[in-house]
Design a protein around this ligand. Structure first.
Ligand SMILES: [Zn+2]
Ligand SMILES: [Zn+2]
Length: 368
């Protein structure tokens, strides 16, 4: 199969904070171990909104990403249309989903599989080039017709998975990485997921698919909690109507759970999680409050509780999550709520930001 690749492409470019414009850019060329992906669909993530408005965690040329010709967007899928030198893992025409971080592949953390915590983050510019890639963060991302991906950041997608579903693989991968970090022994163990946003809902689905029992989802919105049930939650707790720690204790015969995946970022979330896990339990933080908060450290110490933070989707978790989705262990498409055309990206961002029409995952399709 051969694809006609134009010299230039349409790409959304970040100017001043909050300002994206559709521009013409050269189509990038894949180097060794890289491929050119023609993007078919890209989902919007809360982190995109953060980057577009405030900058970090995006970092371009050692600083803020504004007015540097940078294209954000990181949850995309598409078709391989050109191979760089030495690539035999993928063929032209292959459908692929992506993960975000290639890292630098030479630092201590990258070598350990913790490439989302690369020690050379953002170092990919003249005078400071360690070859770091995190598409949509430190290198150009998916709000464009084409993007470059290292082969390490791709996974095959079967025809039984829709474009929209495939954009959600990276989200499921983040949930999977959280469960890995908690210890990985999930079957038959109890999990509370706090916060039914996209990562929380995927954490419910992945935990259930791995055999966790019971899976308890907590949140404030009944419709989101209902969705959590469809994705595998055995119990839901609306924290507006119920005292959440008490409810979790009741469900678990007074013992508490093995694990908490904290996906809410609520100010008191760590303290509540510490009271929901049984002694020796583990808490993974996949979200954070906007300001520093008070934590009852004594409760953590006295009860031998371990607290982990995760960033993104390390240790090839995306590959395992992709497998659960293609094996139809859960229906990721349930969290996809809206689709827009490529020219309507600004409207799509608004839907995502303001949760218009109860938007969860908003996907932009790129024709051609
Ligand atoms: Zn994201
Ligand atoms: Zn690295």
């Amino acid at each position: 199969m051969n694809y006609e690749i134009p010299e230039t492409m349409k790409a959304w470019v970040l100017g001043d904070p909050g300002v994206l414009t559709l521009e013409e850019k050269p189509v990038p060329q894949p180097k060794k171990s890289e491929v050119l992906v023609k993007i078919d669909a890209v989902a919007i993530c809360a982190t995109d909104l953060e980057i577009i408005e405030n900058g970090p965690p995006a970092m371009i040329q050692g600083g803020l990403p504004f007015n540097k010709g940078f294209t954000p967007g990181h949850e995309y899928m598409g078709t391989v249309v050109k191979l760089g030198d030495g690539v035999d893992e993928y063929k032209v025409g292959d459908r692929v989903a992506v993960e975000i971080h290639a890292g630098c592949s030479s630092c201590e953390r990258c070598r350990e599989g913790m490439y989302t915590s690369c020690l050379n983050y953002g170092k990919n510019y003249e005078g400071n080039d360690k070859g770091h890639r995190a598409n949509g963060f430190t290198t150009d991302g998916g709000f464009a017709e084409y993007a470059i991906n290292n082969v390490n950041t791709l996974c095959h997608v079967g025809d039984n998975v829709t474009d929209e579903e495939a954009t959600l693989i990276v989200t499921a991968g983040t949930a999977m990485y959280g469960l890995d970090t908690l210890g990985g022994l999930i079957a038959g163990q109890s999990v509370v997921v706090t916060g039914p946003g996209p990562i929380g809902l995927m954490a419910v689905a992945v935990a259930k698919a791995l055999g966790a029992n019971p899976v308890i989802l907590t949140g404030t919105r009944d419709n989101r909690l209902e969705l959590g049930k469809k994705l595998g939650a055995d119990y839901t707790v609306n924290v507006r109507n119920q005292e959440v720690v008490k409810a979790v204790k009741e469900i678990t015969n007074g013992e508490g759970v093995h694990y908490v995946m904290e996906c809410s970022g609520a100010p008191n979330a760590v303290n509540e999680a510490a009271n929901m896990v049984k002694r020796g339990g583990r808490i993974c933080l996949a979200a954070f409050p906007s300001k520093p908060v008070e934590v009852d450290v004594a409760a953590l110490v006295r009860n031998n509780i371990s607290l982990f933070g995760i960033r993104g989707e390390g240790r090839s978790a995306v590959h395992r999550a992709a497998s659960l989705i293609s094996e139809k262990r859960f229906d990721a498409s349930l969290i996809h709520t809206h689709t827009f055309g490529f020219g309507d990206l600004l409207t799509a961002l608004k839907y995502s930001k303001e949760r218009i029409d109860d938007a969860i995952k908003v996907v932009v399709k790129i024709p051609g």
